[in-house]
Design a binder for this molecule. Structure first.
Ligand code: ATP
Ligand code: LTN
Length: 326
């Protein structure tokens, strides 16, 4: 069962990325699990070239600190394998303008920008290439990626219909809780590093004081009871998801325990649990970034492992699509 997922090195990792995706990757590690820092995707929005390489290494370090073990899975950097771009081109010949136009991420991220790169539009095709290049069965992602995985399936099925059974059609794996962590200041919007203010977004590397301040200032809902009700209590429900994510306890148990404790006490408990969960990740991260040469060596080894899977798949696709063998 091959597992593949990716994360952009486009900013600091936040609790949404961690609870919606990365913490699940940690539990899905085995020799056929492949995780990728998608630096090429991060170039589709305006970015600082002087910082990208450093962010890429730091993102990999944080993934390892969060529990990915490069000996138990494959961890590598997307741009180290040109095969991703090669397959992306071939798939662009199968994907249609109409289906890319329907992607909501493209519309959201492009909104308000003076000019939008072609890459932001074709972004989901590169993502499909990432996934299909590894004969992936399962893609663990947050809820916001549902549409991109559907597109990947459609493109794979169309390719297979045209050129014969060539690509494995993957399934998404969306966690039951944590799939959609919301902004603490605006529980109608997903927690995102690109939000207008950082107050509603807890970063994995925020210090204990900052985490506590952000969680204690989270907007809550009317009433006093701690209950899971996405419609009536989106703020409290979000905090319950976060507490469940970091403690591993079911939301129902937590809601019962804090039902009458009052919002203040509940928020303090959430803040303490998050701080406690992040502390060991932060100290492992500090050790890892102290040795960038070692991280680069780990990533080079990861790229070798990834290449061994990707090359034969790409060769199979090129033959199926009618390209002349070199
Ligand atoms: P952002 O919106 O913060 O810029 P992103 O979704 O654009 O993040 P990535 O950093 O590549 O980009 O996301 C990595 C993973 O984190 C994906 O699987 C995505 O579904 C998941 N994810 C991102 N935000 C959330 C969230 N608020 N709740 C749950 N999962 C999330
Ligand atoms: N688009 C994703 C990041 C991403 C990804 C992937 C996720 C790029 N390639 C392949 C899963 C599989 C995002 O923005 N979160």
């Amino acid at each position: 069962m091959r597992v593949f997922s990716g994360i952009q090195p486009s900013g600091e990792m936040h609790l949404g990325n961690y609870l919606g995706a990365v913490s699940n990757w940690v539990g899905m590690q085995h020799e056929d699990a492949v995780f990728c820092v998608v630096d090429l995707h991060a170039m589709s929005m305006p970015y600082d070239a002087a910082e990208l390489a450093d962010r890429t290494v730091r993102t990999a370090a944080l993934l390892i600190a969060a529990g990915l073990d490069p000996d138990r899975c494959t961890l590598f950097v997307q741009s180290h394998l040109p095969e991703h771009c090669e397959l992306s081109w071939i798939l662009q010949c199968t994907a249609t303008m109409g289906e890319l136009n329907r992607m909501t991420q493209f519309k959201d991220k492009g909104r308000g920008q003076e000019s939008v790169s072609t890459a932001l539009f074709t972004y989901p095709v590169l993502q499909a290439a990432d996934i299909l290049l590894y004969d992936t069965d399962q893609v663990p992602v947050g809820d916001d990626q549902r549409q991109h995985i559907e597109l990947t399936r459609d493109v794979a099925q169309r390719f297979n219909g045209r050129y014969g059974d060539t690509l494995v059609v993957p399934e998404h794996v969306i966690p039951p809780t944590g799939a959609r962590i919301m902004d603490l200041q605006n529980p109608q919007a997903k927690m995102s590093k690109s939000a207008d203010t950082s107050a509603g977004c807890v970063l994995l590397l925020d210090d204990a004081r900052t985490v506590t301040k952000k969680i204690k200032s989270a907007v809550t809902d009317s009433g006093r009871e701690v209950e899971h009700d996405l419609e009536a209590k989106p703020g409290i429900s979000n905090l319950l998801s976060i507490l469940s994510g970091v403690t591993g306890r079911p939301i129902a148990d937590l809601a019962a325990e804090y039902h009458t404790s009052g919002y203040g006490t509940f928020k303090s408990a959430v803040a303490d649990a998050v701080v406690e969960h992040l502390a060991p990740i932060q100290s492992r991260y500090a050790e890892l970034v102290g040795d960038p040469a070692q991280l680069r060596a780990l990533l080079a080894h990861g790229a070798d492992k990834a290449r061994a899977v990707a090359r034969p798949v790409l060769a199979r696709v090129k033959t199926a699509a009618g390209l002349l063998a070199g």
